[in-house]
Design a protein around this ligand. Structure first.
Ligand code: NAP
Length: 332
């Protein structure tokens, strides 16, 4: 039975990946900063949760001993420039060094669409810049830089925005529209090609199996759904699918960039994860759609699902599970 270490297995995509790994017969270990974060996967049969400091290279090496493969799903969407470097650059470099030191055969790394249209240094946001540099560090450290041949296989998956039950994207826009009568929206014309979380998880499994089966190689895939939408269309879709205002949704008012920046500043002062940060606005200056120059889901044998088929299945609100917002939904 192949052994797989998953970093970020407690997250949105991680839960789906872990479930598929267990079903496919892998022995899975999820390494997490706090065991309680992994409660959504700890019930999976045979899955081990390991609480550790994943930024400690020696601890990473210990966790990787005996593993056939490593999957890295760790990322942040908000934070200081230093935090982006720490999580998206320093950590992948440590993971790569630990993979080499421990003889791991295959590393699957989840990156993001959008950084490949420009050299890393010129990407418009901390998120995209650090993701791009992280990819390069991985390739170089594993020996795949400048046409080299690494000892450890590397698959990089670059998804567009990911949708699915519990996503923090369409669900958030649906909840906001349940509360506010109007949706002021910065970056309304930014373009995305949303991909279903189950398709992303299948891509992880497929690339893992290929990598372990074929011997070391480096592959990069762009993961996206069949259709491109503007952010405005996605916000309207979220409202329609969740029945806001009898399915009509709220008026969406596009904000100019300067107003969007003020909105992001104010949101950033509030407790919890901001809905939209300055850095998110910067990321949206690049289209989040496939370039077409790299293989996609189809190359992994996966037919991408449409947003129209999946979205309404999880966006329609269940008032019993929505707390105070549920109260409002019931009286809408
Ligand atoms: N969701 C999307 O729409 C989307 C789009 C494009 C690309 N992606 C990429 O897909 C991957 C998975 O995304 P996701 O949405 O599943 O992310 P997520 O739900 O936010 O989970 C990310 C995981 O990273 C770990 N993590 C967060 N901050 C950390 C830190 N400072 N140090 C160490 N670990 C930390 C957390 O694990 P613990 O708390 O257990 O330690 C968490 O489970 C990421 O690489 C992301 O960039 C996502």
């Amino acid at each position: 039975m192949k052994q797989v270490l998953v970093l970020g297995g407690s997250g949105f995509v991680g839960g789906h990946v872990c479930e598929k790994l267990v079903r496919a017969g892998y022995r899975v270990t999820v390494i997490t900063r706090k065991a309680v974060h992994a409660r959504c996967v700890m019930h999976l049969p045979g899955l081990t949760v390991l609480e550790s400091n994943i930024h400690d290279e020696a601890a990473l090496g210990r966790a990787m001993a005996g593993m056939d493969a490593v999957i890295n799903l760790v990322a942040i969407l908000h934070g200081s420039p230093a935090a982006f470097v720490h999580v998206h650059q320093d950590l992948p470099a440590k993971i790569a060094r630990a993979c080499v030191a421990t003889g791991v055969a295959q590393l699957v790394h989840i990156s993001a669409l959008g950084m490949n249209t420009a050299p890393a240094q010129t990407a418009p946001s901390n998120y995209l810049r650090s993701k791009a540099v992280g990819e390069r560090l991985l390739a170089d450290t594993l020996g795949w830089g400048q046409g080299g041949t690494g000892a450890c296989g590397l698959t990089v998956l670059r998804p567009s925005v990911i949708f699915g039950a519990n996503d923090k994207f369409l669900n958030v826009f649906a909840r906001l529209q349940a509360v506010f009568p109007v949706m002021p929206l910065a970056g309304a014309d930014a373009r995305f090609q949303p991909v279903w979380v189950e398709d992303v998880a299948s891509a992880v499994l497929q690339s893992l199996a290929q990598g372990l089966g074929q011997g070391p190689a480096m592959q990069v895939y762009e993961l996206a759904g069949p259709q491109v939408y503007t952010l405005r269309q996605l916000v309207q879709f979220a409202a329609r699918s969740s029945g806001i205002a009898q399915g009509r949704g709220r008026p969406v008012v596009g904000l100019p960039l300067w107003m969007g920046r003020i909105q992001a500043f104010v949101l950033g002062l509030m407790p919890g994860e901001p809905v939209m940060s300055q850095d998110n606005l910067d990321s949206m200056r690049l289209d989040n759609v496939v370039t077409g120059s790299l293989p996609g889901l189809e190359a992994l044998g996966i037919a991408p699902s449409t947003l129209e088929a999946i979205g309404p299945q999880y966006l329609f609100p269940d008032p019993a599970t929505q707390g105070l917002l549920g109260l409002r939904n019931r009286h809408r």
